[in-house]
Design a binder for this molecule. Structure first.
Ligand code: WT7
Length: 663
């Protein structure tokens, strides 16, 4: 951990944008006064606040006995209640007469479009829930899902929620080792996948990756394969394995469309989602049913100001928490149409997103700063060609947005008309914690602004002192909220250590921040061994262990370095085993080994973790006590002091001696 004393924020942004009057006039929350009043209520009596929200907007099979049971750091919300999240996202809307309304609007990368009404979604979900039951999946069993962004991915998740079988979705961009690690940790026997998915005109070999994972992991007993690519799949690629694999459509054909929703306890596990931390293995973040439902739906309603006729598009993959909460659950729970797009933002060209917004009349658009920066680099002409007048609100998530990208988003995409919500949250928080309320909060480029209802953040020093405005420190949350994680799967001790021990009795998020004189929070970045690459969260240790698994490698150290588009890029410093040092004696040999290591990481973890730089070094610079000098490595990687492609091994020992006193 770096020292909070040294955290200094240099950002000074003076511009401020009030909510557009027309937007505010029709919004759920129309002024700062209204926000302040609601916020005050929610903090003074959180139980009353959340109980009233929960009563009004959801279907319960049994009401709760107590709204909150808080045994620090363990929270239980809506204790004793019974509900079903799938029912609340699907059936409830059919019952209120919205059966024909589009629930999922899907566009595949090749251009195929499908619309599923709430009624059709209900049928598909019920059938697939019955498929899961027929395969022997019981309440509480973890189901692994590894699919492209197709409606079937959402159907699989909702079907799990319907029968009370927690899902563990693995991002389709991850690879073999990531599947093995997650399946083993979750002790999951059933994997739902697809023959492949489309990405930049190529097929992502999802089924092949599952086959390779299964070869290393005997836990995988059953694989259901959705046919996405079909005829266009190379013949012979990843054929079904007898007795283990089944076609989705064949299983579905045999099932009925009747499947009563399981009456889940409020605190029944809803899903696991693996995320990176400071160790080599990702941790399974555990979310439960009622609190997550109430929190994601309520944040979605107020922060995106959801209205019945909205067409909401969140570009995140369902493999990340953003996709769980704001592609599926939070949006469908509000009965709003959610857009799913399968492919890359720049396929076939950089107009794709804008063409899609125009074609489907998207009203609310939620994406990542890294995407905005990439569009910005390509120039505004791509967006300018399209009619974006359907847009009413823009959102960002995943990393700090630099004011320049914020302004571009505001002017080029929002055409100066749309409020922007910069939303700060985490896999662990379930839903958004800090964000503007679009009809109320004046925004400033680069800040997530004020806390959501019921959230009490504070910027603290390590000893637990709340710091004065504008001082940089650790971002903490002082009270429990319904959507918070309930634990780390199979590691209760790590849950306490990781989130509740850095500072006594408060939730520590792993980020540094400062609060300005208006009470706006400016997020400064991670203070742990997590790197945000294109908004994706990667653990340095995870990438290091993937590199070290290569036979030529003796030791590896990975650091993040600033990158114009991705926010951060990965730089890896590698020492070779004695018998392989000779490999890099020639330029060709060096280039070959470097490429091999890059491939190796891509194979193990996925392309998101592929290092941008690999440098071979004699030894890693370490302090006398043996700690790798990461700050020095960051300087070297960022500053280019040492040429990356020299065939003599880089020797940092002198630099290390000079730097030791500052580490
Ligand atoms: C980390 C959590 C939340 C869904 C996607 C990421 C960073 C997230 C913002 C923001 C500045 C942000 C933080 C946080 N982050 N949103 N609006 N401004 N930083 O979820 O993968 O769990 O990552 O993302 O560092 O701790 P995640």
């Amino acid at each position: 951990m770096s020292q909070p004393e040294k955290i200094e924020s240099l950002l000074k942004e003076e511009r401020s944008f009030p909510p557009p009057a027309k937007f505010a006039a029709a919004a759920h929350v129309r002024s700062m006064d209204e926000y302040e009043a609601l916020y005050k209520q929610s903090i003074e009596d959180p139980c009353a606040f959340w109980a009233s929200v929960a009563e009004q907007n959801f279907r319960w099979f049994r009401m709760w006995d107590r709204t909150l049971d808080w045994q620090l750091p363990h929270a239980r919300w809506f204790v004793g209640a019974q509900t079903n999240l799938c029912f609340n996202c699907v059936d409830r809307h059919v019952e209120r007469g919205l059966g024909d309304k589009t629930a999922i609007l899907f566009e595949g990368e090749p251009g195929d479009v499908r619309r599923l009404s709430f009624r059709e979604l209900q049928t598909e979900v019920c059938k697939f829930a019955n498929v899961l039951k027929s395969l022997g999946v019981k309440k509480g069993d973890r189901v692994t899902i590894y699919m492209p962004m197709t409606p079937e991915l959402a159907i699989a998740c909702l079907a799990c929620a319907r029968i009370g079988a927690p899902h563990s979705v693995i991002f389709g961009g991850f690879s073999v080792q990531a599947i093995v690690d997650r399946v083993e940790d979750a002790q999951s026997h059933v994997v739902i996948t697809s023959d492949g998915g489309w990405r930049r005109g190529k097929v992502v070999p999802l089924k092949e990756n599952v086959d390779q994972a299964a070869a290393q992991c005997a836990l995988i007993k059953t694989v259901v394969v959705h046919r996405r690519i079909g005829e266009r799949m190379e013949s012979g690629a990843a054929p079904l394995v007898d007795g283990r694999d089944h076609w989705w459509h064949e299983l579905m054909a045999a099932e009925s469309a009747e499947c009563p929703p399981e009456k889940c306890d409020a605190e029944d596990m809803l899903f696991l989602l693996y995320t990176s931390g400071s160790t080599g293995k990702p941790k399974g973040i555990l979310h439960t049913t009622a609190g997550y439902m109430v929190y994601t739906a309520t944040t979605a309603k107020y922060i995106f100001d959801l209205k019945p006729d909205d067409i909401f598009w969140c570009t995140a993959d369902i493999g990340w928490i953003t996709g769980h909460s704001y592609v599926i659950y939070g949006i469908l729970a509000n009965g709003v149409t959610t857009v799913m797009y399968e492919g890359a933002p720049n396929h076939p060209d950089w107009e794709r997103f804008w063409a899609l917004i125009e074609r489907h009349k998207v009203t609310k658009f939620y994406t990542a700063p890294t995407a905005i920066r990439a569009f910005m680099r390509e120039g505004r002409q791509h967006a300018d060609k399209h009619d974006l007048s359907s847009l009413k609100l823009l959102g960002t998530v995943g990393e700090p947005i630099n004011p320049e990208a914020w302004m571009w988003y505001h002017e080029v995409v929002g055409r100066g008309r749309c409020p922007i919500v910069d939303t700060w949250w985490q896999t662990e928080t379930g839903g958004i914690l800090i964000s503007p309320i679009p009809g109320a909060t004046p925004t400033k480029p680069g800040t997530a602004t004020r806390p959501f209802f019921g959230i009490e953040p504070a910027v603290m020093s390590k000893d637990g002192t709340v710091l004065p405005p504008n001082a940089g420190g650790l971002l903490c949350i002082k009270k429990p909220w319904p959507g918070m994680l309930r634990g780390i799967w199979r590691d209760p001790e790590r849950f306490v250590r990781q989130y509740w021990s850095e500072i006594d009795d408060v939730y520590f998020a792993g980020d540094s921040a400062r609060m300005d004189a208006d009470g706006y929070f400016w997020i400064m970045g991670r203070v742990d061994d997590v790197i945000k690459v294109s908004g994706h969260r990667l653990g340095t240790m995870e990438v290091e262990s993937a590199i070290v698994a290569h036979p030529a490698v003796a030791e590896a150290a990975v650091v993040g370095v600033p990158h114009e588009i991705k926010g951060n890029a990965i730089a890896a410093f590698v020492t070779l085993t004695a018998d392989r040092i000779g490999d890099i004696a020639s330029h060709d040999g060096l280039a070959k080994l470097r490429e091999e290591l890059m491939q190796h990481v891509t194979h193990a973890l996925g392309a998101v973790a592929r290092p941008d730089q690999i440098r071979f070094t004699q030894s890693l610079p370490k302090t006398r006590s043996g700690k790798i000098m990461r700050r020095l490595l960051r300087e070297i990687a960022g500053g280019g002091q040492v040429k990356g492609d020299t065939t003599t091994l880089e020797d940092f020992s002198v630099l290390a001696k000079l730097a030791e006193k500052d580490e």
